[in-house]
Design a protein around this ligand. Structure first.
Ligand code: FAD
Length: 289
């Protein structure tokens, strides 16, 4: 939803923005970001969904996979190739309304975590959309998508920091009240050190998030800042949640515990919107390697 709205807001034509953005911001319409495919996850240049201009319309063919909000969205920002041989330089963004003939949602997918949102496959079969539904310029879609994804990475970092913080706060409280060997477990050095590490990593993640968000808000370059915040915060979240579950013992493992939910949720932050390996690769490039 956020990626779809960010791309539309930054690069979409006026009529499309006026039609969809206010309603999306009011929560009356739902958007989805449709980039991933069976053969194109980290490797965006392998997008096989094609859009061909035919008169005043684009004709879209292809299948998208793992699309959050797929079963419920009213509109989709779809990444499709308008020049297949150009790979990244041949991608373009389109807005496709759910009721377009030739579009269908193919089956919801169940998942390990983040179950408050639904995910599905999307199929486009000779799906015709007006040429005015092009977002930004033809063949410039990758750069426009990257701008939205860079903002999305700051949001992912903040999301992960929030999950880590919730796990940390629950652990701090639990360590103070769970008594074993006649003492709260928080008085044992092994547990104290682990919780101190959690607190330190959360502060570091939070500062990296703030730095990236401030740079983005001020219109300053923020690619490297966003990548570092996303990489650090998401990996810290996984480490922190794992320790949180460990210090809760069986009480964290049972279905009633929020800790097991955090444990199932946290991994997605390291995968979506650029996996840790891609983040490291981009950071290495950004620091001159
Ligand atoms: C819950 C969830 C929601 C999602 N929602 C959406 C959505 O709304 N819209 C959307 O478009 N997509 C969505 N996705 C898909 C997501 O964007 C992809 O999962 C992500 O791009 C990674 O692609 P992949 O899963 O195909 O993994 P792959 O790209 O196949 O990667 C598999 C592994 O190989 C590693 N790898 C790949 N390339 C390299 C390399 N060059 N160097 C080193 N390691 C590498 C990766 O880091 C990873 O560990 C969602 C995924 C999940 C799990």
């Amino acid at each position: 939803m956020a990626l779809a709205c960010a791309a539309l807001e930054a690069h979409g034509p006026g009529p499309l923005k006026r039609k969809w953005l206010p309603a999306a911001l009011r929560g009356e319409k739902i958007g989805a970001w449709a980039f991933a495919e069976a053969g194109a996850g980290s490797d965006a240049g392998s997008v096989a969904t094609r859009a061909v201009l035919d008169g005043g319309e684009y004709v879209i063919d292809g299948t998208k996979l793992f699309i959050t909000n797929g079963p419920i969205a009213d509109f989709f920002v779809v990444v499709a190739s308008t020049a297949t041989e150009q790979r990244l330089k041949g991608l373009s963004l389109f807005l496709v309304e759910r009721d377009r003939p030739g579009f269908r949602m193919a089956g919801s997918m169940s998942k390990l975590g983040v179950r408050a949102s639904e995910m599905s496959e999307l199929v486009f079969e000779r799906c015709r959309i007006p040429a005015e539904n092009l977002i930004g310029r033809e063949h410039r879609g990758f750069l426009d998508a990257l701008r939205a994804l860079t903002l999305g990475r700051i949001a992912s970092a903040a999301f992960a920091t929030g999950v880590a913080r919730a796990a940390f706060e629950a652990t701090l409280a639990y360590a103070g009240k769970r008594v074993q060997f006649g003492k709260p477990i928080g008085s044992f050095q092994a547990v104290r050190f682990g919780i101190a590490d959690m607190a330190t990593q959360i502060e570091a993640a939070r500062l990296l998030c703030h730095r990236a968000a401030i740079a983005a808000d001020r219109g300053l370059p923020h690619g490297r800042e966003a990548n570092m915040a996303k990489l650090y915060a998401t990996e810290a979240c996984t480490r922190i949640v794992e320790r949180a579950l460990h210090y809760h013992g069986a009480a964290g493992f049972v279905s009633e515990s929020p800790i097991q939910r955090f444990y199932r949720d946290c991994k997605v932050f390291e995968l979506g919107e650029g996996s840790s390996e891609l983040q490291r690769d981009m950071i290495a490039r950004e620091i001159g390697l």
